[in-house]
Write a protein that binds this ligand. Sequence first.
Ligand SMILES: C[S@@+](CC[C@H](N)C(=O)[O-])C[C@H]1O[C@@H](n2cnc3c(N)ncnc32)[C@H](O)[C@@H]1O
Length: 218
Amino acid sequence: MFSKDEIRPDRNSIWAFIEEFPEESSDITDARKAARELGVQPVSAHTADLLRVLAASTHAQNILEVGTGTGVSTLALLQGMEPGSAMTTLDIDNSRLQRARLAIQNSSHGRKHRVRTICGDAAEVLPRLSQGSYDLAFVDTSVESAEYSVLSCLSLIKSGGLLIMHNALNQGLVAQPTARDPQTVVHRRLLQEIQECTHDVFVSLVHSNLGLYLVYKR
Ligand SMILES: C[S@@+](CC[C@H](N)C(=O)[O-])C[C@H]1O[C@@H](n2cnc3c(N)ncnc32)[C@H](O)[C@@H]1O
């Protein structure tokens, strides 16, 4: 028997257990297959579970997603939302969006909500959306468009809303002090700048998959 002092947590096995724990629905498994075919990196199973819990526990009525891909994260969010609530999701790539549309149509959860899918560049679409009208925004776009999308979504969510940024650590590079490529520098600065607005936000960096940045707008 180990005493408490002798237990050395093995971070790799903890992490593997957490990632293998979720039991995904068949619609999400199908969307993952489509992601593999089209070369998209969807959220991990653990992140999908977390998104569903966050959508449900915040009782989000109006969700915005930037970076639909083939719909893995979209379906997870829809599963957590109350029937009748609304989701707007956008992606610049029409072939991915088409697969996501199919996945949403074929999912029982998709049919319970009002889902608007928009094909376009975040830089062109986000300025057309209503400021302060979303309860939750999920940003999972390219590293190049992440900063713009995160800052725009901060204005698009209501006070009391939640912003979730995926891949907040830019494939882990933000955590490596020697990594100084332009995108990593931008990500590092963005996390810091938002954290410093303490009168406006509460933040938490969550160790999930590629790093999730949770920003609660006060
Ligand atoms: C990591 S994938 C999203 C995966 C998706 N959230 C999921 O879990 O299945 C990122 C997506 O962002 C889209 N994207 C990249 N740049 C964009 C931009 N400027 N505006 C809108 N979408 C963009 C890509 O086409 C890609 O599908």
